[in-house]
Design a protein around this ligand. Structure first.
Ligand SMILES: [Fe+2]
Ligand SMILES: [Fe+2]
Length: 342
């Protein structure tokens, strides 16, 4: 965004160009451990043939999908709450449609506003992390993938709105961005870009776990499942890439920076995975539930135990990647992971 930053005056997402800050945060503050091995086996060798942007058709909702569901009820936990089940059938359909909208909106904003900022910085070698040239070229491919994920999400949302007539009820700012900004605001400025980079690593290594959950059901609108599958296929490659990027990053951080980074990771995992209770409550109130009833639904559905277990199950691989680079060798960091149930 550097050269065109003037176009973004007033945009809170462009408060500062991330690149120089990243460079500063990962600079040589004290002794740097040895650099990561320069050998890199690209997960994108067949990208031109296999990426969804290059190889899959546009996913369309068809006339014969009338009456099918827009999301799996098993993946919309509040749909199973007795107070919600007591609502009219049409409302229950709307809850699934709104869940799809939230998922698509989340995807678009995560890809465009967070992931692709870091990917761009890798492509232009401005993160301050030395990576092989092939890895920088692959960042351009991820950039295309994520932009396409944003497009097919926007496209599917537009089709769903047109087919169902149900208007999206979405927060102005996606909750993961709000939480990321809250975490960043508590850090010294030099560490904020590192937090964003870690957030991207976390989200890219979690996402393939969360995308594998949509079951193969006849009752589901096929375009929804196809879009999720297209996305999952690409994210498998991204997962491998970001696990490798993490190795490069960690091998170039000082001990002080490793400690700061490690302490952030559990918070970042929760920032990404914890449910957006206030958005769900606002939606439930539009169906006639009182505020107390809406709060009761989210509190009884998303108990601390359920939320923690979900984070543990979904982040297992991410946590392993951080352990593999030695993040948990620092006792304080290990304690922080344990304190968050990870
Ligand atoms: Fe994506
Ligand atoms: Fe991705």
């Amino acid at each position: 965004m550097c050269g065109i930053i003037g176009l973004f005056v007033g945009c809170e997402l462009a408060l500062a160009c991330p690149k120089q800050q990243i460079l500063n945060a990962v600079s040589t503050e004290d002794t740097r451990p040895e650099l990561a091995d320069e050998s890199y086996s690209s997960p994108f060798r067949s990208w031109y043939e296999r990426s969804s942007v290059r190889s899959t058709p546009r996913r369309l909702i068809a006339d014969e999908d009338e009456g099918k569901q827009y999301f799996s009820p098993e993946l919309v936990p509040v749909a199973g709450h007795p107070l919600v089940k007591a609502l009219p059938a049409q409302v229950q359909d709307h809850i699934l449609i709104q869940h799809l909208y939230r998922y698509l909106d989340f995807t678009m904003k995560l890809e465009h506003l967070v992931v692709n900022r870091t990917v761009l910085a890798i492509a232009y070698n401005t993160t301050g992390v030395d990576v092989p040239a092939q890895m920088r070229l692959d960042a351009h491919k991820i950039y295309c993938d994520e932009a396409y994920h944003g497009l097919f999400s926007a496209d599917l949302m537009e089709q769903a709105v047109r087919r169902t007539g149900v208007q999206p009820l979405l927060p102005n700012q996606p909750y993961f961005l709000r939480r990321l900004h809250e975490i960043q605001s508590q850090l010294e400025p030099g560490l904020r870009p590192l937090a964003e980079m870690l957030f991207v690593i976390v989200s890219e290594t979690l996402i393939s776990a969360t995308l594998s959950q949509l079951p193969d059901e006849e009752s589901l609108v096929p375009a929804v499942r196809q879009v999720v599958q297209d996305h999952a296929m690409d994210e498998g490659r991204h997962h491998t890439y970001f696990a490798l990027f993490l190795r490069h990053l960690y091998s170039q951080l000082s001990q002080t920076q490793r400690r700061a980074a490690g302490l952030l990771v559990p918070q970042l995992i929760h920032a990404f995975l914890n449910p957006d209770c206030s958005a769900v409550q606002s939606e439930l109130m539009t169906y006639g539930l009182t505020r107390d009833a809406a709060v009761q639904v989210t509190e009884e559905t998303f108990t601390p135990g359920v939320v923690t277990q979900f984070a543990v199950d979904t982040s297992r691989q991410t946590v392993r990647h951080f352990a593999a680079v030695g993040a948990r060798d620092i006792p304080e960091v290990d304690e922080e992971f344990l304190r968050h149930g990870l």
